[in-house]
Structure formats: structure tokens, C-alpha cells
Ligand binder design. Structure first.
Ligand code: ATP
Ligand code: MG
Ligand code: FE
Length: 338
């Protein structure tokens, strides 16, 4: 079974070919970061235009690298949401065009399900499992009882973790996207500045990062007014420690409560070195649970993860019609197999 994945939900134009849901034959990603950098964030209109320019080139390259023709492809899986509507539309329409022209089944995939299923490219999933999803737009703990079923047991009430990283980076005059820069600085500094941790209610698995972000900004401004300087390395280290402390503590607690077999890390912020190490430490003494952490190339947006979800949908007989449309507000809890 060979599935083509197409992903255009944000600022990466990506096409991949995956065999039997787990084996990557090709995984091509054209990043637009350079075009958005000078604006300090993704500009939706620019993203859409780049997707239009790149999609056929990336698709051809992915097929070439995988050494497949359209006859070899059993289904085309495309991200239908969530994401930027104009960006999603390019992928959805490209997928529909190819599916129609070559008479190939079409499948719609939830972008965050994709981030979670990136882990299946490393290891077969075992249920029940818990996924910590930390990306540019999402921060949530997702419980899965079986393929295609998702229960959000906790989520951010304000900023996503990646968003907080990017905003703090901007305050420190670091380029977009700020996550990797803060990560690097954090390793050069020490967490000497006292910053808040939003634990919320005792039993809550929800997160909140806007207070932390404001505390970072206030710390900088207050120091400025007193004519003092703050070492950005120490500030980055303190911020990163606060984010990681809450993420890891809540993930370990939820994993124990739900008695899961596997814990998966997913989303762009999963590329964070500090988070990866802290999670490994957090689960090192937890018996009977396997922690899976994807390589960096599968943490950030890519299409292999979309094909990985597509493989399961295809296997279960799910097919999308040509009425498939971009859905920026797609809800993961609706499940993929209904
Ligand atoms: P979503 O998946 O929620 O729709 P997105 O697709 O834009 O959002 P991703 O591409 O999954 O998000 O992740 C991008 C985010 O990951 C950015 O906010 C970026 O700063 C962050 N990020 C990337 N590398 C690191 C890192 N090493 N440390 C912290 N954050 C990082
Ligand atoms: Mg991105
Ligand atoms: Fe993403």
C-alpha cells in the first residue's frame, strides 16, 4: 500500500510518499521561512502564493525520489485543517486534481493527527497512548484508545507553546521562528530569573503560557527602566525551564493516571532539545511506558506524517468525496473514521 501525503496548512509546502503507513519513500519539504522572516511571522497571503508556486515542483520531486508513478499510488491524503484557509486550499485542490486526473482515492487528514502519527513512522503505535502536542498553534494532551480516535484531556487556555516561544524571541530581537533560537540561547545561560509557572487547578491538564510571556516582557522592561541589563541567555534559560517544567510534569501525571502504554511527543516544539531531555528524564523511572520522540525532521510540518494518517484511513475503508474542502476549524475529537 502506497500513500501520497500533501501538507500546506501553514508555511511549508510538503509532499511525501509512504509505504504501508510506516516506511518513508520520500519526504520533500519546501520551507517559506525566508519569505516570512522580515515580517516576524507567517503572512497568510504570501504563504498561499508560495504554495501555488511550489506545489507541483514539490509533488514531482517527491514522486521522483520515491521512484513511483501515479499508477503505484493507492490513495492521496491531504491536510484539510486546521490551518490558514488560503494555504490549505492549495493542498486540497492539488490533491483533488491529481486524484481526479488519475482516478486515485482521496483522503482528508487532520493536521494535528498528522503530528501525532509522525511517531508511527518510528514505531508501531500501542494503545492506549498519550500524545503531548506542542506546536505553533496547539498545546494539548491527547488520549488515544485506538486508531483514529482522539480525546483532548488538556489544552492551552491562551497561547500555544510555540507561539509563546516566538513572542518571547521577538521581544529579545531574535529572528522568526524564535523557538530554535531561544532553545540555543537557553543552553548557554542559566535559569537564574524567577518566572511564574501556570499550574492551574489541581486536577487540570490545561496549560497557560500568556502570563509567562508577559512576565518575560515585564522583566525586560523593568530592568531597562532601572538602567540594568539582563543577560538574554539567562532569560531564555529561565523561560525555557518554566515551559518545560509544566509540560513535563503534567504529561507524566496524565500518563500515569490514564495508564498508557506509550507517550508520544508531537509538533514543532518537540524539536526543543531541553524538552526532549526533560521528558526522557521524566519517564526514565516510569515502568511499563514507552516514550517516543521523533527526529527533528518529523517534528516540524511535513507530509510523511499526513500520509501516515492516510494509511490508516485507507486501510479502514474511509474515502473522501470531491466535496472535500479546506476546514480551518476542523475538530480532532470528531475522530477520523466516522
Ligand atoms: P500547528 O501545527 O499548531 O498548526 P504550525 O504547523 O505552525 O502550527 P509547527 O510547524 O508544528 O507549527 O511548529 C512550529 C513552531 O515550533 C514554531 O512556533 C517554532 O518556534 C517552534 N519550534 C521549532 N523548533 C523549536 C525549538 N527547538 N524549540 C522551541 N520551539 C521550536
Ligand atoms: Mg511551520
Ligand atoms: Fe504543524
Amino acid at each position: 500500500q502506497i500513500i501520497m501525503g500533501i501538507e500546506t496548512s501553514c508555511d511549508e509546502t510538503a509532499v511525501a510518499v509512504v509505504k504501508n503507513g510506516r516506511e518513508i519513500l520520500s519526504n520533500v519539504v519546501a520551507s517559506q521561512i525566508e519569505s516570512h522572516k522580515r515580517f516576524g511571522g507567517v503572512v497568510p497571503e504570501i504563504a498561499s502564493r508560495h504554495h501555488v508556486e511550489e506545489i507541483t515542483i514539490v509533488l514531482e520531486e517527491a514522486m521522483k525520489q520515491a521512484k513511483v508513478t501515479f499508477q503505484d499510488i493507492d490513495a492521496i491524503a491531504v491536510t484539510e485543517g486546521p490551518g490558514l484557509v488560503g494555504a490549505l486550499l492549495i493542498g486540497v485542490n492539488a490533491a483533488k486534481a491529481v486524484a481526479f486526473a488519475h482516478n486515485i482515492p482521496l483522503l482528508g487528514v487532520h493536521h494535528i493527527a498528522g503530528h501525532i502519527y509522525a511517531n508511527r513512522l518510528l514505531e508501531e503505535l500501542e494503545f492506549p497512548l498519550l500524545a503531548l502536542v506542542v506546536s505553533g498553534g496547539h498545546t494539548e494532551l491527547v488520549y488515544m484508545e485506538e486508531h483514529g480516535s482522539f480525546k483532548v484531556i488538556g489544552e492551552t487556555r491562551d497561547d500555544a507553546a510555540g507561539e509563546a516561544y516566538d513572542k518571547v524571541a521577538r521581544t529579545l530581537n531574535l529572528p522568526y521562528p524564535g523557538g530554535p533560537h531561544i532553545d540555543r540561547l537557553a543552553h548557554e545561560g542559566s535559569p537564574t530569573i524567577n518566572l511564574p509557572r501556570a499550574w492551574l487547578e489541581e486536577d487540570s491538564y490545561d496549560f497557560s503560557f500568556s502570563g509567562l510571556k508577559s512576565a518575560v516582557i515585564n522583566t525586560l522592561h523593568n530592568a531597562e527602566q532601572r538602567g540594568e541589563t539582563i543577560d538574554p541567555k539567562d532569560l531564555a534559560a529561565s523561560f525555557q525551564e518554566s515551559v518545560i517544567d509544566v509540560l513535563v510534569t503534567k504529561t507524566v501525571k496524565a500518563a500515569k493516571k490514564y495508564q498508557v502504554k506509550q507517550v508520544l511527543l508531537a509538533g514543532g516544539v518537540a524539536a526543543n532539545k531541553g524538552l526532549r531531555t526533560a521528558l526522557e528524564e521524566g519517564f526514565s523511572d516510569v515502568e511499563g511506558m514507552k516514550l517516543i520522540i521523533p527526529p527533528l525532521s518529523l517534528c516540524t510540518d511535513n507530509a510523511a506524517m499526513i500520509a501516515a494518517v492516510g494509511s490508516v484511513l485507507y486501510e479502514k475503508g474511509k474515502r473522501a468525496s470531491f466535496a472535500l474542502n479546506a476546514n480551518p476549524g476542523l475538530d480532532i475529537e470528531q475522530g477520523l473514521l466516522k
